[in-house]
Design a protein around this ligand. Structure first.
Ligand code: G6P
Length: 607
């Protein structure tokens, strides 16, 4: 999704902007640009495609100054061309924008009648021209911005600089995240704190509806009514080197390899190794009387929620509904009074999940957020936050955040089972032993990397790939298919194995690899029968199981991957890793842009 950076009062402004944009690259984008105020005049450089193109342009045609804004654009309205790239500008103002201005057509029509000429197809230009109109009417930049914010509809973040004002950068947030950074004699702006990490560790997160006027010496923060508010300044622990790839070729591989560590760190928050028991932060609800739990998420986080449904229903015997956030708000879902709604999100800022959270709040639910970004909107709006400690995840395809979400959800299920008395002491001890083992077993799973790389050579030729599994493994099958299509662009589908014969089996022939996710649990034999149905029809099966599973069925599969034998409760956490590695190696083999796959964004802040 679009990334915003801004700086005022730093003589290295052009470098600050390009460095900040590099650190936002992970969000996904298709063009980039910067605008600076030089000797009172706005000058800008924009380029289609990767940041390298913008950097090349800046080498031949540099910009110097201490005030500017920069942007990576993920196209919504208007093709990803240089003309539609941000910053958008007139002779009075330059602006960068993340989100969607919903009433842009109306504003555009109104301004066109007044003689304002539009140069692009973007919604953003409506904001630029409207600001220009207000400035033409004699308003100051601050007055014009206040008037603009009163007119715009939709969710957005803005960074604005003005002709003739070498000392002013305005930032505004309604929906899309924005962070102000405090430097010495300079102020910074970014879509997240990671973008600002090389320049400052003191930040203020703009809250929804707030805006700020930044000058070299500091900033004034205002609420939606234009009243001054006191900013809260926090220190972030994010540092420059955290954004590096280390010895890894891609962020995705680095993040896959970080999993044993970050799973361990997440587990440490919820699992006490001395008492060998799980503890959640204090919750405002009582598990014992909860009528229902509704879990809502998007993308990979939705598959973590899907696994959790099996866990919570079996361990805590509470009815669980799992929903895709973009559907949840619009299907008049009936929520029981006093129910619990859990929102799972790496970023904590995904537009649809946030909208679903607000819907659930309005409908009388307790709100829990499982997020990797503790300062995110979801974390702020929840009654209880259950953080994952995956650290910054920069590859668009989520890996370590997913397994850490699973760890939190597994602990959540155990805690719910204990609180409701549905999990006996022995069963609790068994699940706790199983979960405590996960970091070590995850490290063993990584030993299959080379084998998966070899297997990827076969898969990369395929046009379609199917993933199947039962129970929690059906969710891992779906996540495996999502990973593969996201980064290798090969068509892949994941199904509950029992559903295969109701349609997908028609796709099977000897050109379709089928990945079977089947730990030897109570559903293993049933999945094995479905695998046999595939083999009988010429399908090339890769069986991902454990030693016992492979010994019983391995002969039928073209390839086998033997993962460590673990309690079936924790198998989804471990079985996620080989499907991540497989997708990664297929993508590398096919030469796609692994960390920033085409058309995708890391954090989707538009509807
Ligand atoms: C995007 C990302 C996915 C992610 C999904 C949900 O589509 O590309 O990797 O799973 O958003 O994001 P969230 O931050 O809410 O987990």
């Amino acid at each position: 999704m679009c990334g915003i950076v801004g700086v005022v009062g730093d003589a290295r402004a052009a470098e600050v902007l390009t460095e900040g944009l590099k650190r936002l690259e992970y969000r996904g984008y298709d063009s980039a640009g910067i605008a600076m105020v030089v000797d009172g005049h706005i000058d800008r450089r924009r380029a289609e495609g990767k940041l390298a193109n913008l950097e090349a342009l800046l080498r031949t045609s540099p910009l110097a100054g201490s005030l500017g804004v920069g942007h990576t654009r993920w196209a919504t309205h208007g093709a990803p061309t240089e003309r539609n790239a941000h910053p958008h500008a007139t002779n009075r103002v330059a602006l960068v924008h993340n989100g969607i201005i919903e009433n842009y057509r109306e504003i555009r029509a109104e301004l066109t009648k007044l003689g304002y000429e539009f140069a692009t197809e973007t919604d953003t230009e409506a904001a630029v021209q409207l600001l220009t109109r207000y400035l033409d009417d004699g308003m100051s930049p601050e007055e014009a911005t206040a008037a603009l914010l009163g007119r715009l509809e939709g969710a957005f973040a803005l960074g604005i600089v003005f002709t003739g004002r070498d000392d002013l950068l305005i930032a505004a947030r309604r929906g899309s995240p924005l962070v102000v950074g405090w430097g010495d004699g300079a102020m910074y702006l970014g879509s997240d704190a990671l973008a600002l990490a090389p320049f400052t560790d003191r930040v203020t997160y703009l809250q929804d509806g707030e805006w700020a006027c930044l000058t070299p010496g500091g900033a004034t923060f205002l609420n939606g009514h234009g009243e001054r508010i006191e900013p809260q300044i926090k220190r972030t622990s994010l540092t420059g080197p955290q954004a590096g790839k280390g010895d890894f070729r891609h962020f995705m591989l680095k993040e896959i390899y970080e999993q044993p560590t970050v799973i361990g760190e997440t587990l440490n928050t919820y699992f006490n190794p001395v008492t060998r028991s799980v503890q959640l932060p204090e919750c405002p609800f009582d598990f014992a009387v909860l009528p229902r739990i509704t879990i809502v998420a998007c993308g990979t986080s939705y598959f973590a929620a899907t696994v959790a449904r099996y866990w919570i229903e079996s361990v805590a015997a509470i009815p669980v509904e799992v929903d895709i956030a973009s559907e949840f708000c619009y299907r008049n879902v009936v929520l029981p009074p006093g129910g619990l709604a859990v929102f799972v999100s790496q970023s904590g800022e995904t537009h649809d999940t946030l909208a679903a959270l607000r819907y659930a709040r309005k409908h009388g639910q307790f709100i829990a957020a499982i997020v990797n970004a503790p300062e995110s909107a979801m974390a702020r709006e929840a009654d209880v936050v259950l953080p994952t400690h995956a650290g910054p995840e920069l590859s668009v395809a989520s890996t370590k955040a997913f397994t850490c979400q699973l760890v939190v959800l597994a602990c959540f299920a155990i805690a719910a089972g204990v609180a409701r008395g549905t999990l006996g002491h022995d069963a609790e001890a068994r699940l706790c032993r199983a979960i405590a083992e996960v970091p070590a077993r995850a490290a063993e799973v990584l030993n299959h990397d080379e084998r998966l790389r070899q297997l990827a050579r076969e898969i990369c030729e395929a046009r379609d790939v199917l993933f199947i599994g039962r129970g929690t493994s059906s969710a891992i099958a779906m996540e495996g298919a999502l990973k593969l299509k996201e980064i290798s662009y090969i068509h892949a589908e994941g199904f509950p194995a029992g559903e295969l014969k109701h349609g997908p089996i028609a796709l099977i022939d000897d050109s379709v690899p089928v990945i079977v996710i089947a730990p030897s649990d109570k559903l293993f034999r049933k999945t094995a029968s479905n695998m046999a149905e595939v083999v009988t029809r010429g399908g090339k099966v890769t069986l991902i199981s454990d030693a016992a599973g492979i010994e019983s069925q391995g002969g039928a599969a073209a390839h086998c991957i033997a993962l460590p034998t673990v309690d079936p409760f924790v198998s989804p956490i471990l079985y996620a890793i080989p499907v991540q590695l497989l997708a990664y190696h297929v993508a590398v083999h096919n030469g796609t842009d692994v960390d920033q796959p085409r058309n995708l964004a890391k954090t989707v802040t538009v509807e």
